[in-house]
Write a protein that binds this ligand. Structure first.
Ligand SMILES: NC(=O)c1ccc[n+]([C@@H]2O[C@H](COP(=O)([O-])OP(=O)(O)OC[C@H]3O[C@@H](n4cnc5c(N)ncnc54)[C@H](OP(=O)(O)O)[C@@H]3O)[C@@H](O)[C@H]2O)c1
Length: 256
């Protein structure tokens, strides 16, 4: 995800490669990032953070404590800290880093192709200039939605943050079903992907609701009705609700 942000910032020319220092503990990743993007690299988080105006924290939740321990004596009050770490609350970041200017954001993986969506919030201490810059960085990855309510971040984690994987899973299941009917895996994948992107565009361009569009293709006693009946018997909507709730609870657990 950190690489997706880096690529977006450079693609939209929000910074030059010379304006960015990436810190990563992996030597192989450092070499790859330096070569691919022309940015400076370091294995020392303090080196990357010390002269920066904006610091983006993109480590896994499990390594947050280590990263905060390293950074806390380095941060200056004027710097902006932008975290994309799932579940990491502003309160945790503020006390762990002894820092007040913080933006917490929840992007998703389509950010890699500029088609992501990010929900974000900021502490009252964040300067207007920094808010605008953060908004530009997040918009470089796709859509962005600002909220003044931090609880929306864990909610967004469960819906849009983890959401791409739900669709990938459905694509896997539908492709496998198509292959079982007798299509080759390649044709199955092609049929499913184009159906998904066509359905998405139709939804976006139509003034009708998803339920209305579904009913339009579901004639009584027809083929779609037979399939939908099975999905309803299997309580798909209830299952999706349970899945989203589980992701939401996990995001809250990670924040404890
Ligand atoms: N993936 C998503 O869809 C998504 C969406 C929204 C938010 N997020 C959040 O984004 C964060 C990153 O997720 P990810 O999937 O991109 O994970 P990732 O691929 O593992 O990226 C984390 C990177 O940080 C490096 N790292 C680990 N410890 C470090 C340390 N102490 N100092 C400096 N660098 C360190 C890792 O190096 P190594 O590979 O060598 O360990 C890795 O390159 C997570 O907190 C996640 O919650 C992810």
């Amino acid at each position: 995800m950190g690489e997706a942000m880096l690529a977006a910032v450079l693609r939209k020319r929000l910074s030059t490669p010379q304006g960015i220092i990436v810190s990563d503990i992996s030597d192989a990743r450092r070499q790859y990032l330096a070569q691919k993007y022309g940015v400076s690299v370091t294995g020392e988080n303090r080196t990357a953070a010390s002269g920066a105006d904006i610091i983006i924290l993109a480590v896994k939740p499990q390594t947050l404590a280590d990263a905060m321990a390293e950074l806390k004596s380095t941060l200056k009050p004027k710097q902006l800290l932008l975290s994309i770490i799932a579940g990491a609350k502003i309160k945790t970041l503020r006390s762990g880093l002894r820092h007040r200017r913080i933006i917490r954001a929840m992007p998703n993986t389509p950010a890699r192709i500029g088609e992501g969506i990010t929900v974000w919030t900021a502490t009252p201490q964040v300067m207007e200039r920094h808010k605008k810059q953060a908004q530009s960085i997040l918009a470089a990855m796709g859509h962005e939605i600002y909220t003044c309510d931090e609880t929306h971040l864990d909610m967004a984690t469960a819906v849009s943050g983890s959401g791409p994987a739900y669709f990938f899973y459905f694509v896997e299941a539908l492709s496998a079903a198509a292959t079982k009917l007798g299509f080759t895996p390649e044709v199955s994948q092609h049929l499913v992907l184009q159906t998904m992107s066509g359905a998405t565009r139709l939804l976006q361009q139509s003034e009708k609701t998803p339920a209305e569009l579904r009913r339009m293709v579901t004639s009584p006693g027809g083929t779609t009705a037979a399939a939908i009946q099975r999905l309803e018997e299997g309580k798909l909507a209830e299952l999706v609700n349970k899945a989203v709730k589980a992701a939401y609870n996990r995001a809250r657990e990670l924040g404890k």
